[in-house]
Design a protein around this ligand. Structure first.
Ligand code: DAH
Length: 365
């Protein structure tokens, strides 16, 4: 090819490059020009037929043309890539000012919801949340709570024993109630108590009993309450429980009845009933002719305080324990305990809560 021809060829090639419609077409052009059998490659190969100056001159020109072509290809390729990116970005645009789509992301089970409500109410009264292990040793679950090995109260609770033996030589158990968290808290907080900081905790959590029928499931939930200070009496217990019941059921005046009862860890002990009425099969919480039991409570037995190293002549306290399923059933009209654990999505759809609604006394439970 002559120099003039090369000049014309270069223009044609660059024209081809610029008119490529996509990366594929561009690649075709590149191969036809710079590939093994491409025009420019062939021209390079045929330089040998020239001699001396002519070869050098042609060689230089070819190199210049080649680099111009490469530059044009690169530019075009960059352009395609940019266009592709812009297209992708445009397709992925999110208008952050649009309202959130009402997507179904599941519902909160009534148990955690009820726990959150309980925590919100007692939190407002200055209670902290305490926790303990699901697998307890015999001492925390029974002995420290004034339930010695031969005590008949052990038969009241159908205990799941584990195979392991703890350091005191007794079997560990799946805790039968949340009361062992009282013991753990008293032991941990004893020094703070002596520095003048009262104990005020609630302990929600799982509990286990070997029992399964219409009104019992092997795993269920309780919440324990504990208050210890120098001047705590039964009227404080009454006041706290009354405030709780009214806040929880969102009713201004709920009559409470304290019925004498027995628990080894409290003295005196009581069971608490709330007023209700039953008309045409529907239960209504609040003043009425009937009573409904909702929890057990009492003043901490001096033996329990002493078991935790707390001077029972100086300190007193009260405790209470409540079944969470039970109060959830009462508030939300759920009438079969076992449905809580059926994992039925339709049930959850009906009785569940939005995970965005965080219970608080100010905004409502
Ligand atoms: N632990 C008891 C139970 O599971 C409930 C209970 C009753 C807890 C009285 C207390 C209490 O703290 O004072 O049956």
């Amino acid at each position: 090819m002559s120099e003039i021809d090369l000049e014309a060829k270069q223009l044609e090639i660059i024209d081809n490059i610029n008119s490529a419609n996509n990366l594929d077409e561009l690649e075709q052009t590149r191969i036809s020009v710079l590939g093994k059998k491409g025009i420019i490659t062939q021209e390079m190969k045929s330089l040998g037929k020239f001699d001396g100056d002519k070869r050098r001159q042609m060689g230089q020109q070819l190199n210049i043309i080649k680099s111009k072509i490469i530059e044009a290809i690169n530019e075009k390729e960059e352009l395609f890539k940019q266009q592709e990116l812009n297209k992708k970005l445009a397709s992925e645009t999110i208008d952050v000012s649009l309202p959130a789509r009402n997507k179904r992301i599941g519902k909160l089970h009534p148990i955690p919801q009820t726990v959150e409500e309980i925590v919100a109410i007692f939190g407002e009264m200055g209670f902290l949340v305490a926790e303990g292990p699901d697998v307890e040793d015999d001492w925390h679950n029974f002995q420290a709570l004034n339930i010695p090995p031969s005590h008949p109260a052990r038969q009241m609770q159908d205990t799941f024993y584990t195979k392991g033996i703890d350091e005191r030589g007794a079997s560990s158990v799946l805790r039968t109630h949340t009361s062992p968290v009282q013991i753990r808290t008293m032991k941990n907080e004893k020094e703070n108590l002596e520095k003048g900081k009262p104990i005020r905790i609630i302990a929600p959590g799982r509990t286990f009993r070997c029992d399964s029928d219409l009104t019992h499931t092997p795993m269920f939930h309780q919440v324990e309450g504990l208050v210890i200070d120098e001047q705590v009496n039964f009227s404080h217990l009454k006041g706290v429980l009354k405030s709780f019941v009214e806040a929880y059921f969102e009713i201004d005046d709920v009559p409470l009845q304290f019925r004498p009862s027995f628990f080894p860890f409290t003295e005196p002990s009581a069971e608490v009933d709330i007023g209700c009425s039953r008309k045409d099969g529907t239960l209504k919480i609040g003043a009425g002719a009937d009573w409904l039991e909702i929890l057990g409570c009492g003043m901490i037995h001096p033996n329990v305080l002493e078991n935790c190293g707390i001077d029972s002549n100086k300190y007193q306290g009260f405790a209470f324990g409540m079944g969470i399923e039970r109060i959830a059933m009462l508030k939300y009209g759920i009438n079969d305990l076992r449905t809580f654990f059926d994992s039925d999505i339709r049930w959850l759809e009906h009785y569940g809560f939005s995970s965005f609604d965080i219970p608080s006394l100010v905004r409502g439970l």
